[in-house]
Design a protein around this ligand. Structure first.
Ligand code: GAL
Length: 821
């Protein structure tokens, strides 16, 4: 057994030995450290005695492809993207991120259990076509790289329980994705040991059939395995968010024909779950057989009601609201697909401040950590499994497995996440080509029925883009909730023709922009391409199939029957570099994000924030004010604010007051001065409320010569757990602290003390600097450095230096868990 896993096991054993009443129950080990990895296929790699000492030592979660190098040749695709109305194949560079995810990879480790226990391995996600071997025998196969799966490996465990060899073979085919999928064991691997009679993985189902202010009823259905004809006693306590017992039940009975054991509870004056108040309860279930405790299982849940009412919209706990959601792919920018809770938390914190209240997991099953965080931090979720069904989008995509595996994948996804209050609907797919086939609705019905069978409490949608087909062929009419991707101009028609009398913006906007890049004049443009391979940040550029954000705001504002939207996307992701989704290397990451790949908000962030965050003031000016060479020329100025009007001054000269109005859809949501003449100096904005009262002021200035590096972070204290991260924002500033908004010099990093450099990124979709090397070019004066805490407490210091600038440094405290307040 490798040392680290041994350590976790001993910890558990000590705990178990001192706590008699819970002896020999459930134990869970995370297999994180001590893995060996190699790229390429190897015969005998599953054999216990195989010599893997020359393989690389890695920690799981691990993404083998994120270390690059980037190359135009990596998964170079020569395809016609039919969803984008292409009829002829053409070269698409960087479509999957230009990273080496294709190929076979092997992972090996060992783990210990105890004799005579049930042993189950749980993989939160393995990319992809996972073949799992225990002690040289194949234990299970799971093709979908995004889904969680488990296998009971009891029969394969060594008789003394010790030194079991776990080997996993993964294979990613070329042309299997439309974005960067990541590669390897990029999510957690768990070993669960239980008694023979136990609650299986995802073995409870909790619902709240009645929810009101005075009381809620809670129904818990528990599966128990291997109890045969034995009578069971189940004792369940319901714990409030504060940890107080608020209901208890003890019931006796049998598992009849595999039917779960049902217990009902009443919770008085429940604390209802909502994005604004994400209260979580726990049901702690103890299973007794012949008075012996055999298992304890905790189900976390929330109490809330959801209703989708024709012509009226979506109600959470009886209150009408529209989804202010974003779609996200699963990668974490410079960390790749390798899951990290702090990185997810950082993303959600930024989205929360923007006023976002919902996430769509495009276009696949999420990491369980994301769903848990959405419960805790208050985000509603639409969870989606597939980007294709039986008809291909990608030559080697999921269609190869759909007929045999779709139901297995749906069942795992539904059972895994149906107890989470954050999940408010399921999606069965995204823009699947099957939507236009005459029998397509049958496939949709097959998937929707599985959702209804496994979870009768939530409706089902599907992201549809072929409006003509789905309105005519019955596909859209069959769904619980019709979801449209783009095609804002067809919403009214869809509303009128469909029986649901509701329309969801399952995917909206796809506006493109590069942080800090501005093109003149500021004009609405589809598919605008420039020599520098960037897109303008005036937030008026989009793809041929998409639109500016303002149109989706208007749909939500103007029609009761719209349910709100999920913007494409919250964050930039690796791959799909539209509008440079052509032969346009080195572009290799998306430009759709409201926030860039370095987790730095673009201007668009403030446009959404000005509407969605109703509690905070937003007053944001764009562009920057360093336009050397453009003196005397027009440089449009936009202001994103929650206030209705504002006056603009350049070096004290007024350009007049603008008020939001209905002239064009942009005028409803932005304040714009198209005729500002550039002169270096100061741009000042004073914002007014509806009554003409001055409410806020903001100034930006032309920056002088680059002078120094400024570092800042919201993460001053980290846990000494070897995983916690600090996101440090680096700005190149002049001597007065103004951002130098066009600086792109190379910056070097040096980290000392209780942590290490983990990665950096600058948000430039054309930059090929490797994330894991301690140097990165700034992009428009900024970049992000990610530091990782060590396991020992202490202080970590980052020093950043660049030619011609005064260096910057920042210190982070790393505290051991028991030192934390
Ligand atoms: C949609 C698709 C997304 C993404 C987006 C880009 O049609 O569902 O996955 O490709 O377009 O605009």
């Amino acid at each position: 057994m490798r040392l680290q896993n041994l350590f976790i096991f001993i910890l558990f054993s000590t705990f178990a030995a001192t706590s008699l009443s819970t002896r020999a129950q459930r134990n869970e080990q995370l297999l994180e450290e001590g893995w060996r990895f190699t790229k390429g296929d190897v015969t005998d790699a599953a054999t216990p005695g195989f010599d893997d000492s020359r393989w690389e030592s890695v920690t799981v979660p691990h993404d083998w492809a994120i270390y690059g190098p980037f190359s135009r040749e990596n998964d170079l695709q020569n395809v016609a993207v039919t969803q984008n109305f292409e009829t002829q194949a053409s070269i698409k560079t960087g479509r999957t991120g230009g990273l080496p995810y294709v190929g076979v990879g092997w992972y090996r480790t060992t783990f210990d259990t105890k004799p005579d226990q049930e042993v189950t391995l749980v993989f939160d996600g393995a990319m992809s076509e996972a073949r799992v071997y225990v002690n040289g025998q194949e234990a299970c196969f799971w093709p979908c790289g995004y889904n969680s799966f488990y296998c009971n490996v009891t029969r394969l465990i060594n008789p003394d329980g010790r030194n079991n060899t776990l080997a996993v073979r993964l294979e990613n085919r070329p042309q299997s994705s439309r974005w960067y999928p990541g590669a390897g064991l990029y999510r957690n691997v768990h070993v669960i040991t239980t008694n023979r009679i136990h609650i299986p993985v995802w073995g409870t189902q909790i619902t709240t059939p009645h929810v009101a202010d005075d009381y809620a009823s809670v129904c818990l259905r528990t599966s128990v395995e291997n109890s045969g004809q034995k009578e069971l006693t189940l004792v369940t306590e319901i714990l409030s968010p504060e940890g107080k017992t608020v209901a208890t039940k003890e019931n006796k009975g049998f598992i009849n024909h595999g039917q779960p054991f049902t217990q009902n509870f009443v919770v008085e004056r429940p604390a209802l779950w909502s994005p604004e108040s994400p209260s979580l309860y726990r049901a702690v279930t103890k299973v007794y057989v012949e008075d012996k405790l055999t298992d304890t299982y905790t189900t976390r849940f929330g109490i809330r009601s959801i209703e989708y009412v024709a012509d009226k919209g979506f109600y959470l706990n009886g209150k009408l609201r529209k989804f202010q959601g974003v779609c996200n792919h699963h990668d974490l920018g410079p960390l790749g697909a390798a899951i990290n809770v702090k990185a997810l938390r950082h993303q959600l914190t930024l989205l929360k401040d923007m006023g976002c209240d919902a996430i769509r997991t495009a276009h696949n099953m999420p990491a369980p950590e994301l769903v848990a965080l959405c419960d805790e931090m208050g985000f509603m979720m639409m969870i989606e499994p597939f980007d294709e069904w039986d008809i291909a989008k990608c030559d080697n995509g999921y269609h190869r497995f759909f007929n045999e595996w779709a139901e297995h994948d749906m069942v795992n996804m539904l059972r895994h996440y149906r107890n989470h209050p954050c999940v408010v609907m399921w999606s069965i797919g995204n823009e699947v080509p099957t939507q236009c086939s005459p029998e397509g609705y049958k496939v949709a019905k097959f998937l929707q029925d599985i959702c209804h069978r496994e979870d009768p409490t939530r409706p089902v949608t599907c992201g549809m883009d072929q409006v003509d087909c789905v309105l005519d062929n019955g596909f859209a009419a069959m769904l619980d909730i019709p979801g449209f991707n783009y095609r804002a101009h067809r919403y009214t028609e869809a509303y009128e023709r469909l029986p649901q009398n509701l329309v969801l913006g399952s995917e909206t906007s796809s506006t493109v922009s590069s942080r800090g890049v501005y093109k003149f004049p500021a004009q609405r443009k589809a598919d605008a391409k420039y020599d520098d391979h960037q897109s303008s940040s005036y937030d008026l550029e989009y793809c041929s199939w998409s639109n500016i954000p303002d149109m989706d705001f208007a749909l939500a504002d103007d029609y009761n029957w719209t349910l709100g939207q999920f913007v494409w996307t919250g964050f930039d992701y690796l791959g799909e570099p539209s509008p440079y989704d052509t032969d346009a290397w080195p572009n290799h990451s998306s430009m759709f994000g409201i926030i860039d790949l370095a987790s730095i908000p673009k201007d668009r962030y403030y446009l959404y924030r000005s509407l969605w965050n109703r509690n905070e003031e937003t007053l944001h000016i764009l562009p920057h004010w360093n336009w050397e060479g453009h003196e005397g020329e027009k440089v449009p100025v936009f202001v994103y604010t929650n206030y209705s009007s504002a006056e603009l001054f350049v070096n004290g000269k007024s350009y007049g007051k603008q008020t939001k109005n209905n002239q064009t859809v942009e005028n409803r949501y932005r304040l714009m001065w198209h005729d500002v003449v550039y002169e270096p100096g100061e741009v000042k904005v004073i914002a007014y409320d509806r009554n003409g009262k001055a409410m806020a002021e903001k100034v930006i200035r032309t920056a002088g010569k680059p002078h120094r590096i400024e570092l800042s972070t919201p993460h001053h204290t980290l846990n000494a757990d070897g995983k916690d991260l600090a996101y440090v924002t680096l700005r190149i500033v002049d001597k007065d602290g103004n951002l130098c908004p066009t600086d792109g010099r190379l910056v070097n990093f040096n980290v000392k003390g209780a942590g290490r450099y983990r990665a950096s990124a600058n948000g430039d979709p054309t930059c090929l600097d490797l994330f894991h090397l301690p140097r990165m070019h700034a992009f428009n004066g900024m970049l992000t450095v990610i530091l990782q805490a060590s396991k020992e407490a202490g202080t970590m210091e980052l020093k950043a230096s660049a030619k011609g600038l005064k260096s910057g440094s920042i210190q982070i405290d790393v505290k051991s868990l028991n030192q934390q307040p």
